[in-house]
Design a binder for this molecule. Structure first.
Ligand code: ATP
Length: 271
């Protein structure tokens, strides 16, 4: 698969974490709010669906897709939305959100209330793989989303999600292994894991956990006609994770430029 166009869009979004693209005062803005286990990300696109601003914050207010700290989540979303409004010089009025597949109606409502508390009308509630696929545009294949807490996978057939699974091994587990190996705090290990100049050294340390993630995917796709696996989610930013996963799963594994931003971008595209 040719990722060139997708990578350009994601790289543009990554730049919007630092810089803000000017928008027309009357232009419609599309907003996506991603409430994750490790990060809350808010993405703003212009009327042409191009990234114009993005903000994020580390947060432990969601667990297994459920909001466990409503007040904390509300405070962070409000703060990120205010920051983006100041940067854009415009109020944001509506947003799309996403939840893990199989989230109950009540838990969807809680996600919605968090975003509504930031004075955004929620126009769409997607499931996360559908949001990721709004960017990837797959007809057939498997999207593997490795976030903070879990490795999730979604099988797509004819553009539709036909099977999902989610198991408790994610980026947090990598951080815990690094923390133990280097005898540093969780926070220091988290920084170490993300340091670009340390990634070569980190991969061998966390390889067994990454292999476990590969095994999770392999077990769930066994007996299915799967020709390729596509990686999204923050943990997939780890350099060469795709090589370890490919060896474990035994089918070609692809990852876009910044897997972390795929789902947040897809949410905004569906606003
Ligand atoms: P979940 O999908 O489990 O609800 P989430 O949506 O918060 O969680 P993501 O934001 O996709 O998950 O990913 C968060 C994880 O990605 C964290 O464990 C974080 O440490 C990890 N991560 C982020 N950037 C990098 C990086 N450059 N290298 C390695 N890991 C990273």
């Amino acid at each position: 698969m040719d990722f060139t166009a997708i990578d350009q869009q994601i790289t543009a979004l990554e730049q919007c974490l630092e810089t803000t693209v000017e928008v027309d005062p009357n232009e419609e803005l599309l907003v996506g709010v991603d409430l994750g286990t490790a990060y809350i990300v808010v993405v703003v696109l212009n009327g042409k669906k191009e990234p114009v601003a993005c903000a994020m914050e580390f947060a432990q207010v969601v667990k297994d897709g459920l909001v466990v700290d409503y007040i904390g989540a509300t405070r962070i979303v409000r703060k990120l939305v205010q920051e983006l409004e100041e940067r854009l010089g415009r109020p944001l009025t509506h947003a799309a959100i996403a939840v893990p597949p199989g989230t109950s109606e009540n838990d969807c409502k809680t996600h919605r209330y968090v975003v509504e508390a930031a004075e955004l009308e929620v126009t769409n509630i997607l499931d996360e793989p559908t949001a990721a696929n709004a960017v990837l545009g797959l007809q057939n294949g498997v999207i593997v989303d490795i976030g903070g807490g879990t490795t999730g996978l979604s099988v797509l057939e004819d553009g539709k999600v036909t099977y999902v699974a989610d198991e408790a091994t994610g980026g947090t587990h990598l951080t815990l292994v690094i923390s133990g190996n280097y005898r540093v705090s969780f926070e220091e290990a988290e920084d170490l894991k993300k340091a670009k100049d340390r990634q070569k050294e980190i991969l061998p340390v966390v390889r067994p956990v990454v292999q476990k993630m590969g095994t999770i995917v392999k077990d769930h796709i066994e007996g299915r006609d799967v020709s390729a696996v596509y990686l999204v989610g923050g943990t997939c930013c780890l350099k060469d994770i795709e090589k370890v996963m490919e060896k474990e799963i035994g089918v070609p594994v692809y990852k876009p430029a910044n897997p972390f931003l795929v789902t947040p971008l897809g949410i905004a595209l569906n606003c």
